[in-house]
Structures are given as C-alpha cells and as structure tokens.
Ligand binder design. Structure first.
Ligand code: FES
Length: 190
C-alpha cells in the first residue's frame, strides 16, 4: 500500500472517515428507536431461498393507516407507507415545478392489477439520497417539516410522496422496482 502520509488529500480523507463513523453511530442509535418496525422483516421474508435476497412480497393490508413498515431486501431498506387522506392531499397539492427534484405524486405510484392507482400506498427506498442514512418517519414520531420523513444525519426533509423538500439531499427517495401481485400484495425487487 502507498504511504498515505504524503497524500495532500489525507486531511480530507480523515474528515470523510470521521463523518462516516459519525453517521454510523447515529444510524446505530436510530436502529434502536426503529426496532418496533423492523421485526416485520423476518415475518414477511420467504424462508431463506435465493429469491428472498433480491425480492420480497409485502402484504400491504398490514400497514397501519398513517404508519409504515420497513423492510430490508438484500440489505437495502425500503419504506411502505399507508397514507392518510390528508397526507395524499398534501402530496398532490404542490407546485411540482417548485420542487428540487420535480415529480408528481402520480409519477411515484404503480398501478394495481385493475390499472388504477392506489394513492394510499407509497413505496420508496429507505436510504437518504444525501449519504445513505435511513430517515426517521411516523414510526419514530418525526416526519420532518413536510410530513414525510426526516433524515437527522444532516437535516433533509422529505414530503408525503418521499420527495426532497429541504436539506442537502439532492434527489427524491427513489421508488423501487415493485408491482402489485394482488390488490393487497406487492412484490418489491432489487
Ligand atoms: S445522509 Fe445526509 S441528510 Fe441524509
């Protein structure tokens, strides 16, 4: 390995490492806070075949109104949120061209088998688009300034459509590849 003491960027690298350790510590703390939500993961995971690592069926009828469940697929976090009528209205009543990452709420939904949108259910990645922390949400009693999620690592606020509204995150929480298997079951895949 090369002698990094000669590297003019060494200070910056050390600072990056410290930042990462700091973020990891915050995430470990949040892991404790979010412990109520995460046990759903094992319950819903199909018993350990290889498919379980790359996709997951989720029974959306189990998501409480106004709440969410959080699942891990291949080590990546995802949120499944059951939005209230007020949260849906809040997601829709936005001037899209004023958003940092303009997307309509409908753009972020996937049709059910009958072709209609289920506006109550929102599915997003659970990784902040800034540096990848897992934002807190209704399960932790903090939905940020726009009622969606809040990332405490550096203060990013997401709205009830998972769109970035304030803070350093550059983009909306991505909508993963998912489909409706039935009216009450979705399959999320990596
Ligand atoms: S990781 Fe920096 S605000 Fe979320």
């Amino acid at each position: 390995m090369s002698d990094t003491s000669l590297d003019p960027h060494e200070g910056a690298v050390d600072e990056e490492r410290r930042d990462f350790i700091h973020i990891a510590a915050i995430m470990a703390t949040l892991g404790g806070v979010g412990a109520v939500a995460w046990p759903f993961i094992d319950q819903m995971n199909p018993a350990g075949d290889t498919k379980a690592a790359s996709s997951l069926d989720v029974d959306i009828s189990k998501v409480p109104l106004g709440g969410e469940i959080r699942v891990l697929i291949g080590g990546k976090p995802f949120f499944i949120r059951h939005r209230t009528p007020a949260e849906i209205a809040s997601a829709e009543n936005v001037r899209v061209d004023s958003l940092p990452d303009p997307e309509t709420d409908d753009d972020r939904l996937v049709p059910m088998p009958n072709g209609e949108l289920n506006r109550a259910i929102l599915v997003t990645s659970g990784a902040c688009t800034h540096l990848g922390c897992v934002p807190v949400g209704p399960a932790q009693g903090n939905t940020g300034d726009f009622g969606g999620w809040y990332c405490p690592c550096h203060g990013s606020h997401y709205d009830t459509s998972g769109r970035i509204r304030k803070g350093p995150a550059p983009a909306n929480l991505p909508v993963p590849d998912y489909r409706y298997v039935s009216d009450t079951m979705i399959n999320i895949s990596l």
